[in-house]
Ligand binder design. Structure first.
Ligand SMILES: NC(=O)c1ccc[n+]([C@@H]2O[C@H](COP(=O)([O-])OP(=O)(O)OC[C@H]3O[C@@H](n4cnc5c(N)ncnc54)[C@H](OP(=O)(O)O)[C@@H]3O)[C@@H](O)[C@H]2O)c1
Length: 278
């Protein structure tokens, strides 16, 4: 049965992939984005009813992170509008090991709408489409918590799992913890990318205060600096997050992608060549 599905953050790392997969299956997908018509902006709730009109299911990604002040109120307000508009299913993308995000998860699970939480560990694509791409291109990766390990998950696996939840049965009320198959430190990630690209990448371990100071010198906004500091301390260094789960296999019946395969495919795509080509 073809469904009307709203993908919030539908131009982002996970949403773009989910929207493409749902569209390929013949579902009617509305992209939630500030540039779409009707436009969706977390800072302009007055526009939300028009975006949710006629939608049966919603994939929710919050920006920039469910841990930031104001997220709980925004998620509660969105679920109210979704209920008023007759939405039948919500799938929330959440972060592993974030206390504030867990409060948002409870708001969604208690919304009265069938809901599923996808709690993800850090994405492989942070190194190819997001904040860790630039250092890779520059050839020097200077990061704190050099040896803290994370079970990086691939955004394509996450998207497959989200699509399975949005289009399948029996996922209501569940909290899935999505991870990749292997724990890796920043030092190890850098070595894997160096091997896949054949480039020389230097890894420099630094302290968190040094990293924060570097972001300040680049003129990054204070709220983003706060978030990065939070993610490095509460999420990356949290032993609860340093666990590989079997939830991707449970949902999809296949193993998640290993970082080495992601690195090989991404190297072949040329994304990591930019500086070498200059
Ligand atoms: N990166 C990770 O490792 C990781 C791990 C676990 C969980 N998460 C969570 O994943 C979520 C982000 O998902 P993602 O990585 O798929 O997205 P993303 O790549 O960060 O993309 C951002 C998306 O959000 C939209 N957006 C930005 N500002 C917006 C605003 N003010 N109002 C409405 N939409 C806005 C953008 O659309 P337009 O610019 O077109 O408006 C775009 O579609 C966050 O909640 C994050 O905490 C991330």
């Amino acid at each position: 049965m073809k469904r009307n599905i709203l993908v919030l953050g539908g131009t982002g790392k996970t949403g773009r992939r989910i929207a493409e997969k749902l569209t390929a299956q013949g579902h009617h997908v509305r992209i939630g984005s500030r540039g779409a018509t009707p436009s969706f902006d977390w800072h302009h709730p007055a526009g939300w009813p028009a975006v949710l009109e006629g939608m049966e299911k919603v994939y929710i990604t919050y920006q920039p992170d469910l841990a930031v002040p104001g997220a709980k109120e925004a998620i509660a307000a969105l679920t109210r509008v979704a209920r008023e508009k007759g939405v039948q299913q919500l799938v929330l993308l959440s972060g592993k090991g974030e206390t504030e995000a867990e409060q948002c998860e409870q708001i969604v699970l208690g919304s009265g709408i069938e809901s599923t939480i996808i709690r993800a560990s850090w994405f492989n694509q942070n190194f190819s489409e997001s904040f860790f791409l630039e250092p890779i291109l520059q050839g020097v990766v200077a990061l704190p918590k050099a040896d803290s390990k994370a079970p990086y998950v691939d955004a394509n696996d996450l998207a497959d799992a989200a699509v399975a939840v949005l289009t399948g049965e029996g996922h209501g009320g569940k909290i899935y913890e999505l991870t990749g198959p292997r724990l890796l430190s920043f030092r190890e990630v850098t070595a894997e990318i160096a091997q896949a690209t054949g480039r020389e990448l230097t890894f420099i371990p630094i302290t968190l205060p040094e990293y924060v100071e570097g972001m300040r010198q680049q003129g990054l906004p204070e709220d983003l600096i706060w978030l990065m500091e939070y993610l490095f301390t509460e999420v990356l260094a949290n032993p609860k997050n340093q666990v590989v789960t079997g939830d991707i296999e449970k949902i999809l019946g296949r193993k998640p992608k290993d970082f080495a395969d992601f690195a090989r495919e991404t190297a072949a795509s040329g994304i990591w060549d930019a500086v070498a080509a200059e």
